[in-house]
Design a protein around this ligand. Structure first.
Ligand SMILES: [Zn+2]
Length: 293
């Protein structure tokens, strides 16, 4: 198994979701757990083979690809830590498809393992220094992609989860999921100060590549906001805006999940515009239309 050692006891298990491991004095704390049991099992096996005793896992946010599986908690009894709001969603993962479907009972297609993970019990943690046995890390608030996402800083390395989508990922998924576009832009300022960044998806970045990736992602988010602003010169529904943005960015949304995830991002752009008095939602002839204010 390929595990990258970044120095000072920091390790990364690369995969569809990058998982972290911070080792100190024979013990190790994990960052995120992956989509299902398989990556968490790999992480556990790697720790055992390397002679580290797992102490705890920090889960960055309540998206199934980061905290799924429940293997670490259910099968290994490992203490899990998350911010209170994200932790509540991990304990009640049905909230995710529920939100994505506007609070209505979600159809089965929205309850796949990508949107509905197994429940796990977590302990709350707040931003600041936390001590997990001999492992001391800084928990950093990085909201925006998810409402209360956190990152984990250890020396020069920042595990920033989905606060940064590198260019490689944006090419495949041109409408990245976003809960609050303004918060996402603010969190990027924290990410770009780090010397080395492990994003949730894509390559590990160092030095100038961190700055370049942050600048690219910032530009990409602003571009989505700009397209939405331009398009509402003629009033449109949220669904029409998803279509316009997807066409312009070359995104291919192929199923219900893809579409509702993109719709959330479009809503985040509309909220950002509304905060500046640049957009408003009005109901005309029983249609919810977004237009310039
Ligand atoms: Zn995510």
């Amino acid at each position: 198994m390929e595990v990258r050692h970044l120095g000072s006891g920091v390790h990364v298990l690369p995969g569809p979701v990058n998982l972290g491991a911070i080792a100190r004095e024979g013990e190790v704390a994990f960052v995120d757990a992956g989509l299902d049991d398989s990556p968490a099992r790999k992480l556990w096996r790697w720790a055992e083979e390397a002679g580290f005793s797992p102490r705890a896992a920090i889960l960055t946010h309540a998206h199934a690809d980061h905290f799924g599986g429940a293997y670490l908690w259910e099968n290994r009894g490992l203490p899990l830590h998350a911010s209170p709001l994200e932790g509540a969603m991990m304990e009640h993962p049905f909230l995710e498809p529920l939100f994505l479907f506007s609070g209505a009972a979600p159809p089965q297609k929205l309850c796949s393992k990508f949107t509905l993970a197994k429940s796990c019990r977590v302990q709350n943690l707040e931003p600041g220094i936390i001590q997990l046995g001999p492992v001391s890390v800084e928990v950093v608030a990085l909201p925006g992609h998810a409402p209360a996402q956190i990152g984990v800083r250890f020396q020069e390395v920042l595990f920033c989860a989905d606060a940064l989508f590198p260019e490689e990922i944006l090419r495949k998924h041109p409408i990245p999921f976003c809960h609050d576009l303004d918060q996402a832009l603010a969190s990027l300022k924290v990410v770009e100060e780090a010397e080395q960044v492990v994003p949730g998806h894509g390559p590990i970045l160092t030095g100038e590549r961190v700055r370049a990736a942050c600048a690219f992602f910032r530009g990409h988010l602003q571009k989505i906001r700009d397209i939405v602003h331009r398009e509402i010169a003629v009033p449109k529904t949220g669904e029409e805006l998803v279509h316009r943005v997807a066409e312009e960015l070359g995104a291919s949304l192929t199923d219900l999940t893809d579409f509702v995830l993109a719709l959330t991002t479009i809503h985040a752009a509309l909220t950002s515009l509304a905060r500046e008095g640049l957009a408003e939602g009005v109901v005309e002839k029983n249609r919810l239309l977004w237009r310039r204010q």
